[in-house]
Structure formats: structure tokens, C-alpha cells
Ligand binder design. Sequence first.
Ligand SMILES: O=C(O)[C@H](O)[C@@H](O)[C@H](O)[C@H](O)COP(=O)(O)O
Length: 223
Amino acid sequence: MNFVEYPDREFLTLALADRLAGDLAQALRQDGRASFCVPGGTTPGPVFDTLSGVDLDWSRVSVFLNDERWVPETSPRSNTRLLRERLLRSKAAAATLVPLHADAPLPEDQLEALAEGLAPHLPISVLLLGMGADMHVASLFPGADRLAEALSPQAPLLMALRSDAAGEPRITLTAPVLRGAMAIHLLITGAEKRNALQRAATLSDLEAPVRTVLANATVHWAE
Ligand SMILES: O=C(O)[C@H](O)[C@@H](O)[C@H](O)[C@H](O)COP(=O)(O)O
């Protein structure tokens, strides 16, 4: 793991957006297309704001979430809504959104169709992840009902998981899909998450699911 500490959050935002844009540009040069997998939650908004204005051939970039909360897009908890409002606008409006949500009561109802839509965009060229203070990434929560299966090398691309900490049911990319990314960046802020990351070193993957991507990740941190 490569740990990069920034003087403040604004510095982090600009430097990380620059790094992600560079990785995406490299993937476009190499493969003619790029896939960009991003987190929801509260931390990445400013990075999305900056990236959305970056000059890049966004028309050849597909964008999808690490995970989605099974709520309608009108909900303030919808990660898809966050993506549309903060990333897929300005220059990045030309990117293609690969959905991780559809209108159905349960994620299981749509899992197969969503996985079929996602498969052509894999492997992930550039992966950005957030992390909770409980050391979850995507919706791989410690204690989630099907966590062991989602961490296993044989896991399907997408799974529906439930855990008390998550609130609503989740749909999430699984560990092998996340680990298969060409470039992996983890964005965390604040002392609590930094301490959690240090603690993860002494725990198992089931206790600290973030471990599943750490070996090849660059961690970007600011207070
Ligand atoms: O839907 C989600 O909740 C996310 O994709 C999740 O994995 C997120 O990255 C972490 O929970 C950190 O969230 P914060 O940035 O809000 O702390």
C-alpha cells in the first residue's frame, strides 16, 4: 500500500482529481476506452466537482458506482443521484453511466440484468473507493449477511448484501472485481479513518474488508 498524506482537503481534492484524470487519459491512450468506478457517500463530492470540468475524451469513458443503496433515485441517499449531480455534468456529461440500480422492490430482482450490463465494461481501468470508519469499502460491510461469499475469488460480479450498519439493502461489486482494477485509489479523510486503516493491518478480511484491495492501492488522506 502506498499512503499519500496531503496538507489539507482542498489540496487532496485537486491532486487526486489530477491523478485520476491522468490514469483515465492513460487508459484511453492504451485501450481506446476507459472504465471509471467510483464511490458514493459524502467524501468524494469535491473530487467529482473538479473532475467533471477536466478536459478528457469523456465520450469514451464509462462510469459506474462501487455500490448502490437500494433506494429510488429521488432519495437523497441515492449514490446514482450523487453521480448525476456532481460528476456527470459539464465536460463529464459525455461519459456513459452504467447503472447499478433499477426500479424494482429488491436488488435480487435486477441483479442478473445489471451484471449483464456491467460485464462489457470490465476490468475496471480506474477504481476510486471510499471507506467507512468500520473499514467497509463498496458495500462490503463487516458482519454483512453474505460477506464471505462476496470476498471469495469465485464471487459473481455483483451481489446484493444486507447489514444493520448499511441501513437499506445494497448492491455491490465484489472483491475480485474491485481487485481486478488496473489502478486503485482509496480516498479517506480525518483521524478516525486513518486510525481504522492502521487497525485493519492487524485484522482479517472479514473484520476489515478494506484489506481486500489494500495491497495494490494508493491511499489519499488529509485531516
Ligand atoms: O454507498 C456508500 O456508502 C459507499 O459507496 C461507501 O462504500 C462509502 O464509500 C463509505 O461508506 C464511506 O462513506 P463516507 O464518504 O460518507 O464516509
